[in-house]
Design a protein around this ligand. Structure first.
Ligand code: TXA
Ligand code: MG
Length: 319
């Protein structure tokens, strides 16, 4: 099988038909591309795990487009969850909520909670609405690989395993949604993402963060070996000497000039731009196939936390 690639603006009806018939569709969201299936169809969802080679203990995000659909996956939204949904939906926020019986266990890896988000990407919203069912969708990459921010990233990685890719161009945020568990006493960030924890705290006050990786993660996205490019990736020391066969990813134009291969993550020195470019740049460098990639950490504030998180995990897996 080789995936058909349709412009997202023209392919919504066809994609919705594939979803309703139990097939898989890769589609753009405002964060990264997702690999979607009907969330209420356990057999279709099993195909997601198969195509991604994803371990069954790693649960999926269920995408919804309106409140009625939300009520089909969860019957109970705690106050903090309501406030966060009010502030950030549609948008790059995933809430951990108690699930209804309608959500099959394969979606949640047997957990009683479900990760849910209402994306703001227009094509994603239209697809969910046209399919008339919640869509379970992890990032559209083989497990452990870089997340895709363009249709051709998906095609290169999964093009032989899935029937259809909707091409909506490069995604806006370029980094995954922020995951917040609102089922406990204090809202807890499980994955730093496109919405900074500072903004979550502005809405709910007290926030915990439990994003560090362990061998028995609360959110399996916390596993170390995640988001990795093919080339060995290392964190660049402040005094890292230029290397002739390695590339550097940096914020600093002058520093870039002294390396033979270099990428400036954000020419404007802007964290949101850096986040939007991160996976794109690593995908590009993978094509160029340098002997190694050195990458600078960014200031550990706002979306910089999510950027540093992805960099550290990618470096850990490259060890
Ligand atoms: O931006 C995003 O969230 C993208 C787009 C496609 O929406 N999706 C995405 O999905 O990043 P994925 O599967 O790559 O990451 C979802 C993370 C996983 O690390 C998973 O372990 C966690 O969400 N997760 C899912 N259900 C959970 C649950 N019930 N409790 C805790 N963590 C959960
Ligand atoms: Mg992922």
């Amino acid at each position: 099988m080789t995936a058909r690639v349709l412009p997202a603006s023209e392919g919504i009806d066809e994609a919705a038909r594939v979803i309703r018939e139990g097939g898989l569709v890769a589609f753009p969201t405002e964060t990264v591309y997702g690999l979607g299936a009907n969330a209420f169809d356990a057999r279709a969802v099993a195909h997601i795990f198969e195509a991604k080679e994803r371990p069954a203990f790693d649960p999926l995000v269920v995408h919804i487009c309106d409140v009625e659909m939300l009520q089909s996956v969860t019957s109970q939204i705690p106050k903090a969850g309501q406030a966060l949904a009010q502030s950030f939906w549609p948008g790059p926020l995933t809430l951990i909520l108690n699930k209804t019986e309608k959500v099959p266990g394969i979606v949640t890896s047997g957990l009683s909670t479900v990760a849910t988000r209402m994306p703001s990407g227009a094509h994603a919203l239209k697809l969910i609405d046209a399919a008339q069912t919640p869509i379970a969708a992890p990032s559209a990459n083989t497990f452990g690989h870089l997340s895709p921010t363009r249709a051709d990233h998906v095609f290169r990685d999964l093009g032989e395993r899935i029937p259809l890719i909707l091409d909506g161009g490069q995604t806006t945020h370029g980094i995954e949604s922020t995951i917040v568990d609102v089922t406990g006493d204090v809202p807890t960030v499980l994955r730093h993402g496109a919405i900074p924890i500072e903004q979550i705290a502005d809405v709910v006050g007290d926030v915990d963060a439990r994003t560090s990786s362990t061998s028995n993660p609360t959110s399996p996205g916390q596993l170390d070996h995640h988001y990795a490019p093919n080339a060995p990736l290392r964190i660049a020391a402040p005094d890292q000497a230029p290397s002739s066969d390695a590339a550097i990813v940096t914020f600093d134009k002058e520093r870039a000039g002294s390396w033979s291969q270099s990428v400036v993550l954000s020419p404007a020195g802007d964290l949101n731009e850096a986040a939007a470019n991160l996976f794109e740049v690593l995908h590009q460098l993978d094509e160029a196939n340098p002997a190694a990639i050195y990458i600078e950490l960014v200031p550990d504030v706002l979306v910089g936390r999510a950027i540093n998180d992805r960099i550290r995990r990618a470096c850990a897996s490259a060890r």
